[in-house]
Design a protein around this ligand. Structure first.
Ligand code: S3P
Length: 431
């Protein structure tokens, strides 16, 4: 797929549903008793894989219309007949492993080539401490893996990395464990699981502690179905907004973006860089604050991104790096070693991709630094099965001097079906 230099992107678009909340809606809907109606579900490949998994674990899952789904849960998960294929989705597989571990069942999980390389031990080690058993078909800690669940005991876990996936897997297992599961997060990670568990009737206790918090969940709590309205995904909204900031003459509005403060680090950073971002029409929808964000073409300056902000924008560093290429001075991104274990090694892939496009980038073990200068483009970028690497370089290509080509554009559908049409509708040249 090719992005060519464009100008004057204009328009009002709507962000696709939030991926994190969409996975959770499917999983909690399957664990609960009753009918959960979901609105605004992200119909990306990752979430569709979780929807199929919910069905394989015994729920009835129906699509009622665009983004409107109905999950009928039977108050627990049962052994699936075949292998649970989670595709490209780290969130899907890790949360499903946690949920499944709490029930008396056996299930085998697998995924695509990218997911088979990602570390599962960060979740399964803790689930094993709770009493679940894992068998690995190949290397320990890598998919495919078979879990045998049931009869879990609660644990106290102190997070060493601010990972919402690890926290969520333990909480979902803890829901069916004996005793009170506690998770201490020295740094907060996204709290969608805690919020949604509460909405499904579970008693979740959150105690603020310093910069972080302690989350406590009593085991053996039933979940009761409830309607879920999924707001727009800030991680997806980032792409059209980035184009608005770096393509000369642009003004792009994305409506209905979730503004949970644990997800909006990128918007704070862009503002610090001098980005003209305005948020209007703030309202509450589906238990989250949402708003409409307008980005206008801006003269950006490089900044040092505070390391403490990493968790609130961990998926956004690739698109931040693409916009940083157009900023005056250096943009320093450190304390982001977690980027190396996402859908790809995102530090490596961004360094390689930006360099191929003529941008000066320095790589560090846990970070990278993007310098200003011309952005010639004229490159084909290798995306290693990673949707965000592909979209970041396509957006870069709209503002570069020459075209930018990405391989594997089909991966974009994992999180943002309709991305290409949206960018074209705004006036971007993407083919
Ligand atoms: C997610 C948590 C983050 C993020 C991922 C979605 C979630 O991963 O990168 O895209 O929905 O909980 P980690 O928890 O591993 O940081």
């Amino acid at each position: 797929m090719t992005a060519r230099p464009s100008s004057g992107l204009k328009g009002v678009v709507r962000a696709p549903g939030d991926k994190s909340m969409s996975h959770r809606a499917m999983i909690l809907g399957a664990m609960a008793t009753g009918v959960t109606e979901v609105e605004g579900l992200l119909e990306g490949d990752d979430v569709l894989a979780t929807a199929r998994a919910a069905e394989a674990f015994g729920a009835t899952v129906e699509r009622l219309g665009q983004g409107r789904w109905r999950v009928t849960g039977r108050g627990g998960l049962t052994s699936p007949a075949g292998v649970i294929d989670c595709g490209n989705a780290g969130t899907g597989v890790r949360l499903l492993m946690g949920a499944a571990a709490g029930y008396d069942l056996t299930a085998t999980f697998d995924g695509d080539a990218s997911l088979r390389k990602r570390p599962m031990g960060r979740v399964t080690d803790h689930l094993e401490r709770m009493g679940a058993r894992f068998q690995w078909s190949g290397a320990k800690g890598l998919l495919p893996a078979t879990v045998t669940g049931g009869r879990l005991s609660a644990i106290d876990h102190v997070q060493t990395v601010a990972s919402a996936q690890v926290k969520s897997a333990i909480l979902l297992a803890g829901l069916n464990a004996e005793g009170v599961t506690s998770i201490t997060e020295p740094e907060k990670s996204r709290d969608h699981t805690e919020r949604m568990l509460t909405a499904f009737g579970a008693d979740v206790d959150v105690e603020e502690r310093g910069e972080g918090w302690v989350i406590r969940l009593k085991g053996r709590q039933p979940l009761t179905s409830t309607p879920v309205a999924v707001p727009g995904d800030p991680s997806s909204a980032a792409f059209p907004l980035a184009a608005g900031l770096i393509v000369p003459g642009s003004e792009v509005t994305v409506e209905g973006v979730m503004l949970n403060p644990l997800r909006t680090g990128l918007f704070d950073t862009w503002r610090e860089m001098g980005g003209d971002l305005t948020i209007s029409n703030r309202r509450v929808s589906g238990g989250e604050v949402v708003g409409d964000i307008t980005a206008r073409h801006s003269a950006l300056n490089g900044v040092v991104v505070p390391e403490s902000r990493a968790a609130s924008m961990i998926d956004e560093y690739p698109i931040l790096a693409a916009t940083a290429a157009f900023a005056q001075g250096q943009t320093v991104m450190r304390g982001v070693g977690e980027m190396r274990v996402k859908e790809s090694d995102r530090i490596r892939l961004m360094v390689d991709g930006l360099r191929a496009c003529g941008v000066v980038v320095e790589e560090e073990p846990e970070g990278f630094i993007v310098s200003s200068g011309p952005v010639p483009g004229g490159a084909t970028v290798h995306t290693a099965h990673d949707h965000r690497i592909a979209m970041s370089h396509l957006v870069l290509g709209l503002a570069a001097q020459g075209e930018v080509i990405v391989d594997e554009p089909e991966m974009i559908a994992t999180s943002f079906p309709g991305f290409v049409e949206m960018m074209r509708g705004l006036g971007g040249s993407v083919e």
